[in-house]
Design a protein around this ligand. Structure first.
Ligand code: SF4
Length: 374
């Protein structure tokens, strides 16, 4: 029996797919050369935007047509769409998924794969290493806390063991992956052997994290020459983390720091726990303490109620920071999110597109690379 995995979405999904491959091989399957020769097609889904979801429906539809023509095929759907349906207590969402995709044979919650299957990687130098799953931040636009649940950290020693193993196999570059790596270990605080950093929340140092310590330990592994991480929330990017990066030349000098908006009112409604000034202060610290650091970001345009003036504040912030790259997306109303429940998606598609184009041209097509931030 042969399997083929189609992965949509982020680095966390890519890392999950590497463990799904092992999950199948442990059951005697081998990898198919292509989707056409597979007995089982596993679709690892993403729900971050409607477009991502639509691509899944499109693929399932095409596979269903092949089944109708007589191809023997098992369609398995996993990832975010199944995660959200499994967490929705009334069962309505799972019923809806089954109704929308009647040709799917199995809905596989990613928790059934878990962290215990060693990933099957195709690259021989570069590896994604998951350190957490889920998120506790509840940004109002984001489905991740619903699709992946609350944040769960992998054991510190397991991560180190995996990184040591990778170095022994000749890997040189690892990316530590989590929805918000900065809060890694908040649920492991009883790990007394490790150095805990406290992060400020509501004016007090109260959230424990082991991430700076983890990063330091990974950098000590001989053979690894480049270590980076994704993704990092600005609100809990601690001074200790900056220090660790500054003194470890193995850590990438490129940091991805999603700002989402440059306007305080929009940030508040997004439930992002920082202000524009705090974000700029963090950028200033990074630039002054880490030589040659470059910053990329994520920005959402057309969040409910975003005025032209508020969008203008994002443009000004982008000019000030000098991002080397930005993943600019048009706001997409997502089920079960707070924004979906509370706000009206009231910025027209044409206006979202106009704002998207302005930022694309400003950041990704112009030469902001040099940065204009002083
Ligand atoms: S930090 Fe916010 S945007 Fe990122 S995964 Fe968590 S809820 Fe989503």
């Amino acid at each position: 029996m042969k399997y083929h995995i189609v992965t949509f979405g982020c680095a966390a999904n890519e890392a999950d797919s590497e463990r799904i491959a092992r999950f199948y091989e442990a059951r005697g399957y081998t990898k198919a050369r292509s989707i056409r020769t597979a007995d089982d097609v596993i679709i690892n889904t993403c729900m971050i935007r409607q477009k991502a979801e639509d691509r899944v429906y499109g693929l399932v539809h095409n596979l269903a047509q092949e089944k109708e023509k007589g191809r023997k095929l098992k369609i398995v759907v996993t990832g975010c769409m199944v995660g959200m349906a499994a967490r929705e207590k009334t069962g309505k969402m799972l019923l809806l998924l089954k109704k929308k995709m009647p040709s799917v044979d199995e809905f596989l919650p990613i928790e059934e794969v878990g962290f215990d299957y060693a990933p099957i990687r195709t690259d021989k130098n570069y590896a994604l290493v998951p350190i957490t799953n889920g998120c506790n931040n509840f940004c109002t636009f984001c489905v991740v806390p619903m699709t992946r649940g609350r944040e769960v950290s992998r054991a510190f020693e397991d991560i180190l063991l995996e990184c040591h193993g990778l170095a022994q196999q000749g890997y040189t570059h690892v990316t530590l992956v989590g929805q918000n790596v900065n809060s890694y270990g908040a649920d492991l605080k009883k790990d007394k052997k490790r150095k805990v950093t406290y992060v400020k929340h509501l004016g007090r140092l109260r959230i424990p994290t082991l991430f700076p310590n983890l990063l330091e330990e990974v950098c000590k592994i001989e053979g690894l020459t480049l270590v980076d991480f994704i993704s990092s929330n600005p609100w809990d990017f601690s001074d200790e983390l900056i220090e660790v990066i500054a003194k470890n030349p193995k850590i990438s000098r490129h940091i991805h720091l999603p700002v989402q908006s440059g306007d305080d009112g929009v940030l508040r409604r997004m439930n992002r726990w920082y202000t524009r000034e705090q974000y700029l202060a963090l950028i200033s610290k990074l630039k002054s303490q880490i030589s040659n650091v470059t910053i990329s970001t994520d920005i959402i345009v057309g969040f409910p109620g975003e005025t032209k003036e508020q969008f203008g504040n994002t443009v000004k912030l982008a000019k000030k920071v000098g991002f080397t790259k930005a993943y600019v997306s048009m706001y997409s109303d997502r089920p079960m999110t707070a924004a979906h429940k509370v706000y009206k998606d009231n910025v027209s598609h044409t206006e979202k597109k106009r704002r998207w184009k302005i930022l694309e041209e400003l950041i990704n097509k112009s030469n902001l690379k040099a940065g204009t931030y002083q």
